[in-house]
Write a protein of this length. Sequence first.
Length: 279
Amino acid sequence: MWKIVLGALAIGVVGAVLSGAWQVGLGTGLILALAAPALRASIVVVPARRAALISNRLNSYTGLRGPGGSLILPFWEHVGGYLDLAPRARQISLGDLYTRDQVPVTISVSLIYSLDPWAIQPELRPEFVDLLESAAAAILQRQVEHLLHRLVGGQSLNTLLGPEFRSCLEERLTQELPRRVGEFGIALSGPVMLGHIILPADLQAELNQAHQARIHAQARADALNTLKQALGAQPDPGWEKAMEVETLEAMGRNGVPMCWPYAGERGVGNARGRGNGTH
């Protein structure tokens, strides 16, 4: 822009000299020679997705300039640096988050954020705005950790692994995290997404074993019902009881907690047998 202005004024000076008014042309040229550096120093063009940090001769912060052209005080203010306002992705992994029943879990959080230095309170900008670029990641890490410690610590492991709690936790983070980091000049773009909830290896192995045992027991129960329907009538009670006992024994071998349903009946039968034998 300043080049266009200087070019137009130079054409005017040349025209004035050629028309015979050389005194006017000479005076205009001197004015331009003095004004051009000041004009150039007063114009700042900030690139897209950048914010310019304006400082004075004492290297003190004086203001912010957004993308586009803007004016500053010539020879007193200058651009001290730039902030990148483009969105950036961040993944945060937090371990040793304890549930209400003291089970340690590891949770990863994915989010997209950008810098918003104008959201910082004006009285805090001189001290904090030039540190925003390097401090944003640490601020996000600390605030996410604080929220997850509170949200996970109030739930049991069964609730945490439930199908509905995951979406509920993502919603709570999406709502609360922007309020916590906004005052520090950080803006979230889009929802917060949770990764896998990782359990300790020994606990995960036990859960996998119990899950496989439940699947096996359900398959045997389905096979028994199918066989009953195929026979068209109820099987012999003794044979049915033997099948159920075999199923329970298989569940016990696979680590499924259970109670023996026929112990009382068998105990009564044995007692009766011994009593008949004695008398």
